[in-house]
Design a protein around this ligand. Sequence first.
Ligand SMILES: Cc1cc2nc3c(=O)[nH]c(=O)nc-3n(C[C@H](O)[C@H](O)[C@H](O)COP(=O)(O)OP(=O)(O)OC[C@H]3O[C@@H](n4cnc5c(N)ncnc54)[C@H](O)[C@@H]3O)c2cc1C
Length: 505
Amino acid sequence: MNDSHTLYWLKKDFRLFDNPALHQSLIDSNKVTPVFIMEDSFLESSDTSAFHVQALLEALFSFKKVLQSKGGELLIIRGEVIETFEKLHASFRFNKIYAHQETGTFRTYQRDIAVRNWCQKKEIDFKEPLQTAVFRNLSNRDTRHTYWKEFTFEKLIPIPKKLSNCIVIPEWYKFETRTDSLTLESLGFSLSSIQKESMQKVSEKDAFNDLDSFLHERGLAYRGGISSPLTAFQAGSRTSVHLAYGTITSRTIYQKTLERMEELKLQMEAGVKNAGKWRMSLRSFLSRLHWRDHFIQRLETEPSMEFEAINLAYEKLEYNADPKLLSAWQNGNTGFPMVDASIRCLNETGFINFRMRAMITSFACHTLQISWKDINCPMAKMYTDYEPGIHLSQLQMQASVVGINTVRIYNPNKQIIDQDPDTIFIKKFVPELKKYSSEQIILHKEETLGNYPPNIVDYKISSAEMRQKIYAIRKTEGYREIADAVYKKHGSRKKSKTKNRKKEK
Ligand SMILES: Cc1cc2nc3c(=O)[nH]c(=O)nc-3n(C[C@H](O)[C@H](O)[C@H](O)COP(=O)(O)OP(=O)(O)OC[C@H]3O[C@@H](n4cnc5c(N)ncnc54)[C@H](O)[C@@H]3O)c2cc1C
């Protein structure tokens, strides 16, 4: 502990529990200023939406309120990062910055490099502890699991006792941005009242409440329940948004789930009804949670995947650049009811389940033949839980440009039969279809249903054409070597039985 001054630069880590950067900065120094910078470059970025800004503001202000209730302070400044550090440093010197290591887009990657260089110039120590099990400069992919385990099972860090050491230097208050300039509207965004009401609430308290209700009430329906948009809003953990804004850590979720599974094991032995089913649900939940770090690691290792296919052979794949197709997809007007309902649900609530995300991606990239690059930002903006590593990995996988997974082409009408046979979800989000029977909706193709348009393309012909183009690339010389190299660098070390088999979902 020393008297020097330290900054704790908050990024997307709005929590007090299990917060390594906050914890370490308070061990290092008895004067720490937590600072959040509302970056113009974030607000202006092509992957930022009103859902993201609203979630961030909620998480930020609830963090500030809890910190203040425990005697601490937080400084919020609108501006760019280096320019903000520069003016703070010029008015009162600090010699350390703590911020969590972030695996984000090219924008945040470049910003963090610039911060490192600036710190070096000013002789400021820049520390970037991990908050998730994703490792920089990982030389050997095979050792990742060992590091993952070490990090995930480390003892969780309690809420720091000395939060009153979180102070704002009086000289710095003049830089503070007024709270009334930090509303969604004053930042240039807007959401309708329906959107605001339907969005998930994001704060540390909500994160623990959502986890608790999942582990004790909702999680029993997890297996099976997460496939349909009718049930996934309840049956899924709904922790993705909290992980994206750092209101909870994945290792906290992991460890709390394991504790609950131990409890259930005892219940199972005592013959308590459903205890075994509960355990199976939580086991499949944990494997999905594990994928999270796996996919974020992919972006950390291969940042170029934001701009080009992870398997470069697919850079030659030809797409349809017709803006009318993109616009119909984005607005939920393709004439394919399950696709349109999912997109409109996203536009209204900021959330949809995994299967529907996979379907709308596959539909855009296979059936409409739109490039994954063209839907990247529009789709990122629809998800409140946008996490670049997962988003880009899944986007490329569902668009079949990774080449180490099965080509999965989702048939949107089969998804109605499987996931919404009574068209309840469809009618909720596509009200023009309310007066039609489920059979009419499923069979609808070339005709209009009232105001609802016909299929924008022929599903069978167009998807088959794209499948052919993908397989033509798979047959080109040198393709196998590229795919093997991708697998070696990024593939899951668990063997997939369906690998490389053609499949319709
Ligand atoms: C095209 C596409 C884009 C996606 N973009 C995102 C994104 O930006 N952010 C995001 O968090 N998830 C993304 N997902 C994964 C998944 O759809 C969401 O994590 C899930 O729907 C969130 O709901 P939940 O928290 O109830 O999930 P649960 O099923 O309860 O899962 C628990 C947690 O595990 C992780 N997880 C679940 N499924 C996956 C997966 N397939 N890959 C990686 N991690 C997973 C998430 O962190 C999730 O919160 C995407 C999927 C697809 C197909």
